[in-house]
Ligand binder design. Structure first.
Ligand code: CAO
Length: 415
């Protein structure tokens, strides 16, 4: 079966997490992704957080599936020529080097355009133009500068970063959308263009509702769905909301049976207005369905802490899965707090290809997260990440180099 991006060639100059997330997605959609790495070293993540000596780390393998790897020293004059040949042959160059690194290598936008006017040059940077544009940036810096950390955590604690890699993987996702959009525009303009996804911008985009709340706060001085209401204090900026649900339907994380020993024996419980009467029935507080202090969403807002405490008395008598079963019967929105162990073992996620077992020649079998975006006409088959330089000879042959030329370039340290 053909793939959505069949025929699209990506020159993948990415490393670590943000860029590789993007190019892995494009590979899953069928693009030919050629990852350029330095001989002898490669993407630094190959050797970071290793769990098996001398074997590509899970950090690397889980971000570089379905790609080919070639080694080129792009600071070597002959290596530069190889890269030029690749630029002429590819549709998109994706990079997430530190600001200015590509220019320092001699591959400015102008030079790339000379070589291939159709080329799309896509970059992840920490920041867009402005005071921090020259800064190197990692995940948590982006979470802090993009507004996520100041709005995550509890009111009486410090800012908190989240385990979801919204700065790296989140920005990679944004970049992938920019690339396919630019490819689409190229079908009628015939021209390439630059695509920039700054990590601060990507995180802020995901924190959009918090900028909404900032403006609500400035206008009204309060936000009734936040735990600071009615007894706490609001300051000038959006506060940390603990586990409150951001929308108009109050929610909180509640203990379930076993919480004393299992750190994940919890459930997220939403007191959605249309099912309020059913919630009252389930927890044995039938009178709340008609009590004027509890019967309407507005009346409930000042009592949310008491309401969740009462619901928790009920959830603590059930495991999170028992509670789910009962609550789902009544259409009460809730979700178990799943550990990574539980997720890894969940059969339904294996069935949909969201969790995939991959075999690797030096590592053996491991689990990875498959393509979370399912296209009915372009199914994803996850194949293992390449070994360093595994496809150098193959790609060099496709570029028209003879085996003798390849061997000379290797001796010269260019590839
Ligand atoms: N051949 C020769 N040189 C190469 C090469 C190759 N194949 N590949 C990379 N290099 C060189 C670069 O040209 C650069 O050289 P200069 O410093 O002389 O210009 C050098 O390797 C190091 O690149 P770097 O500065 O990007 O790498 P770093 O480890 O110092 O920084 C990071 C890493 C992530 C902080 C930085 O790349 C960055 O800020 N990227 C943009 C933001 C980003 O993506 N952050 C997310 C990281 S986690 O996903």
């Amino acid at each position: 079966m053909s793939k959505a991006l069949d025929g699209v060639r990506i020159l993948d100059f990415t490393h670590v997490q943000s860029g590789p997330t993007c190019t892995q997605l494009l590979a899953w959609f069928g693009a030919d992704v050629i990852k350029v790495e330095r001989a002898g070293a490669g993407d630094i993540t190959r050797e970071q957080l290793r769990d098996i000596p001398d074997v590509d780390s899970l950090y690397f393998t889980m971000l570089n599936h379905n790609k080919r790897s070639v080694t080129i020293d792009t600071k070597n004059p002959e290596g530069k020529q190889v890269l030029e040949a690749l630029i002429q042959k590819c549709d998109v160059l994706v990079e997430n080097f530190a600001p200015g690194a590509l220019d320092r290598m001699g591959f400015t936008w102008e030079r790339i355009q000379e070589l291939n006017p159709q080329m799309i040059v896509a970059s992840v940077k920490g920041f867009g133009p402005g005071p921090y544009e020259d800064c190197k940036v990692y995940e948590n810096v982006a979470q802090c500068a993009g507004g996520a950390a100041s709005t995550t955590g509890f009111d009486d604690g410090p800012p908190v970063v989240t385990g979801a890699q919204i700065g790296d993987s989140g920005t990679g996702l944004h970049l992938a959308l920019g690339i396919v959009t630019a490819l689409y525009q190229r079908t009628h303009t015939g021209r390439g263009q630059r695509v920039l996804a700054a990590m601060q911008d990507g995180v802020l985009n995901l924190c959009r509702v918090k900028l909404r709340d900032q403006q609500r706060l400035e206008r009204t001085g309060t936000m009734k769905e936040y735990p600071q209401y009615p007894n706490g204090q609001f300051g000038e900026a959006v506060p940390r909301a603990g586990n409150a649900s951001g929308g108009g339907q109050p929610g909180w994380i509640l203990k379930c049976k076993g919480w004393e020993t299992d750190p994940n024996a919890y459930i997220y419980f939403i007191t959605q207005a249309p099912v309020w009467a059913k919630i009252c029935n389930v927890i044995g507080k039938e009178e709340w369905a008609t009590d004027p202090d509890y019967a309407t969403p507005a009346a409930r807002l000042p009592h949310l802490k008491d309401i969740f405490a009462e619901i928790e008395r009920w959830t603590m008598t059930k495991t999170k899965f028992e509670a789910m079963q009962i609550l789902n019967k009544y259409d009460i929105p809730c979700g178990p707090i799943l550990s990574m162990k539980e997720i890894a073992e969940e059969p339904s996620l294996r069935k949909t290809g969201t969790i995939v077992e991959v075999d690797h020649p030096t590592r053996g079998k491991y689990l990875t997260v498959g393509n979370p975006i399912k296209l009915s006409d372009s199914p994803t088959e996850v194949t293992r990440s390449p070994l360093l330089g595994e496809h150098t000879d193959e790609v060099m042959a496709e570029l028209g180099y003879s085996p003798e030329q390849v061997s000379a370039l290797r001796t010269a340290g260019a590839i």
